[in-house]
Design a protein around this ligand. Structure first.
Ligand SMILES: C[S@@+](CC[C@H](N)C(=O)[O-])C[C@H]1O[C@@H](n2cnc3c(N)ncnc32)[C@H](O)[C@@H]1O
Length: 289
């Protein structure tokens, strides 16, 4: 399993009965997690006094209940700083398990950057920019694409907080599929591609993204904008059907068959400090040349 075990400002403290208890810097949140189907005793007293609790509703969705939680606060990961704001749905603006992937590709980028290679990385469905900032901090020029203007603005805020306001990052509000199609027509190439697609999403003009239907043709499109010696290709997914073997098979048929190289795939997880468990948080497929 790819485990995000380098956090200091974030921790999963415990998991029980459909929820997880987390520490985000100095604040404690209780949030739903569909993976937590066990009902273990809640011995940690912080379950009783969190700063924020997202209650699921039977009708779908849910709502936050706050207790002395600022509207916005920051946590760090190495030199990166992320602004957190619990907002619509159960999200805070960061998927901490992704740090396992950030560490993986950062060391590849740093290795190449030290050899003097200029690297162009494309980050698709880029959300609040965790992967963008990690790749930029490691030395890559990054193109960041997300359909939501608000998310791109938030990612830029995170870049400023991380001291990366002058880093070579191109910020784009666009539909990922349309953007890649345009890049094919323009003949633009990238040395590495990162993507974290949602199960269901919409582009800025209402373009529909349904992962099971869209992902394979999209990977084939992405293969057309990889440079001749691509450095890496990363797909992350939380969608239940996209298990590691499925990610690995898609990358093998669309990327390895064309460029050579190899792929490995595994579940991604967060350590749970209270019980030694590792909480599964989706899967990643990792290609390297
Ligand atoms: C980081 S991803 C998904 C996060 C996580 N993997 C999950 O499933 O909850 C979500 C991002 O994709 C963006 N998005 C959704 N559909 C898109 C599309 N068609 N083109 C570009 N970005 C899109 C959203 O705006 C959002 O920031």
């Amino acid at each position: 399993m790819y485990i995000a075990d380098n956090w200091k400002d974030y921790e999963v403290l415990d998991t029980s009965n459909g929820e997880k208890l987390e520490r985000w810097g100095d604040f404690f949140l209780v949030r739903p997690d569909p993976q937590v189907i066990w009902n273990t005793p809640r011995n940690d007293q912080r379950w009783k006094k969190p700063n924020g609790h997202y209650h699921r509703s039977n009708k779908g969705g849910g709502e936050w209940e706050f207790f002395d939680l600022p509207e916005q606060w920051q946590i760090g990961y190495g030199d990166l700083k992320f602004n957190l704001k619990p907002f619509s749905f159960k999200h805070t603006g960061l998927f901490p398990e992704q740090a396992a992937n950030w560490d993986w590709f950062s060391s590849i980028i740093k290795g190449e950057a030290q050899k003097g290679r200029e690297l162009k990385v494309l980050n698709l469905f880029a959300y609040t920019g965790g992967a963008t900032l990690s790749a930029a901090a490691a030395g890559a020029a990054v193109t960041h694409v997300d359909a939501s203007k608000g998310m791109v603005a938030w990612a830029k805020e995170n870049a400023v907080s991380s001291g990366l306001q002058d880093a070579p990052i191109r910020w784009l509000v666009d539909d990922c599929v349309k953007f890649v199609e345009r890049e094919i027509r323009r003949g633009n190439k990238y040395d590495a591609i990162i993507m974290d697609p949602p199960s269901y999403g919409r582009g800025p003009k209402g373009e529909i993204w349904k992962i099971e239907e869209s992902i394979y043709p999209f990977i084939e499109l992405c293969a057309q904008i990889l440079s001749d010696e691509p450095l890496f290709f990363l797909i992350n997914s939380y969608t239940t059907g996209l298990q590691p073997a499925v990610l690995s098979y898609m990358i093998n048929t669309a990327i390895v068959s064309r460029f050579g190289g190899c792929v490995e795939a595994d579940e991604v997880g967060l350590p749970v400090s209270g019980n030694g468990l590792v909480l599964p948080c989706g899967a990643s497929g990792r290609y390297t040349h």
